[in-house]
Design a protein around this ligand. Structure first.
Ligand SMILES: *Cc1c(COP(=O)(O)O)cnc(C)c1O
Length: 343
């Protein structure tokens, strides 16, 4: 409320020092030399593709299992998404990349789904040897680091979302892109601001995807709390693990202690998913499914091939409540209810 009042009194709602400060703070936290904030995570992905000059006639490899944005943006730039099936954790299966590759493949978008990072060293090796750009969809992985390198910092461009329910969530819509190359950063800055290099000097066709100053201001307040929030997520996840570990009818997520998992979501798997979801709901515990259908099974994205692993997972996954504002007692209560579920 103080920040809102401060910005209201100042009367500057686009750009300004809040935005510069956010980009500086994000850069320090992520170890990113260049950060370009933008309006949301979907724009970040689309603008990243444009900056890499991906467009008509190009193919982009994306995982079948993700939030729809990952494939949507490929269509938006006129390119064709080529889907790959998942490994057991819902992440893109690196063993299937060779089969997805064609001479038209120009980029790959690995998604760090649920906050768990894709194994980035082999992915980068594969991409470089196939002359592919790498755009990381790190929307769910803010706070995840592999070998001390942040999610988003392996590829050519990393994309983040600060949608309210993400690990670092604004009080509205916001996003950011990170990169290591100064000329790429320049391009990203122009693309989010009508192709302007300086005011009224439009040297390319861009758009408006500037971040809202208020959201930048709110994120500047939240960022110092972020590590504590992450510790709380890890603690609650361990409670779930220790309480539910003995139930043989459900499968728990793994690698939760690793720094390369931001634990954005706590996703369990069971063949009794729909019954369990209903039972929890009757007991006033709401859950969600991320996601009920793999992208290539959604009507506008239909393709002729099958993605059996993604399809199977989509019928078994259930996201249990997890956020830093849940108490340990609440998580224990959720576990007690799950233990009462009769399979
Ligand atoms: C949230 C999310 C996005 C999109 O971010 P928005 O800020 O909602 O546009 C993209 N990809 C993944 C994997 C996401 O979870």
């Amino acid at each position: 409320m103080q920040k809102f009042k401060q910005i209201l009194n100042k009367g500057i709602f686009s750009g300004s020092d809040e935005v510069f400060l956010l980009e500086k703070q994000l850069g320090e936290y992520l170890g990113a030399p260049y950060v370009v904030s933008c309006a949301n995570g979907t724009d970040a992905l689309e603008i990243a593709l444009r900056a890499m000059e991906i467009g008509i006639g190009d193919e982009v490899i994306v995982p079948a299992m993700s939030w729809v944005s990952t494939a949507e943006v490929v269509h938006l730039v006129g390119a064709k998404p080529v889907y790959v099936d998942t490994d057991g954790d819902g992440l893109l299966d690196l063993k299937l990349l060779d089969r997805a590759y064609t001479p038209m493949t120009k980029a790959i978008i690995p998604v760090h789904l649920y906050g768990k990072m894709v194994d980035m060293d082999p992915l980068m090796l594969w991409a470089r040897s196939h002359n592919c750009k790498v755009i990381e969809d790190a929307a769910q992985a803010f706070g995840a680091f592999q070998e001390r390198i942040s999610a988003g910092m392996y590829g050519d461009i990393g994309c983040f979302s600060f949608y309210p329910s993400k690990n670092l969530g604004a009080l509205g819509e916001a996003g950011a892109m990170v990169c290591k190359d100064a000329s790429v950063a320049e391009k990203l800055k122009m693309l989010i601001n009508h192709g302007q290099i300086h005011r009224d000097q439009h040297i390319m066709i861009g758009r408006n995807s500037r971040i809202d100053t208020l959201q930048a201001g709110f994120l500047n307040i939240m960022l110092p709390y972020f590590d504590d929030w992450q510790s709380k997520r890890k603690l609650l996840a361990q409670i779930y693990k220790s309480q539910l570990g003995d139930l043989n009818w459900l499968k728990l997520p793994n690698d939760l202690k690793s720094t390369s998992h931001s634990i954005h979501l706590f996703v369990i798997k069971t063949v009794f998913r729909d019954q369990l979801k209903a039972f929890l709901h009757e007991n006033h515990i709401d859950t969600a499914i991320h996601y009920p259908l793999p992208i290539p099974y959604l009507k506008p994205y239909k393709v002729t091939c099958e993605f059996p692993k993604s399809l199977k997972i989509s019928k078994e996954i259930l996201s249990l409540p997890l956020n830093p504002w849940l108490s340990e007692e609440e998580v224990l209560r959720i576990c007690e209810v799950i233990k009462k579920f009769k399979v």
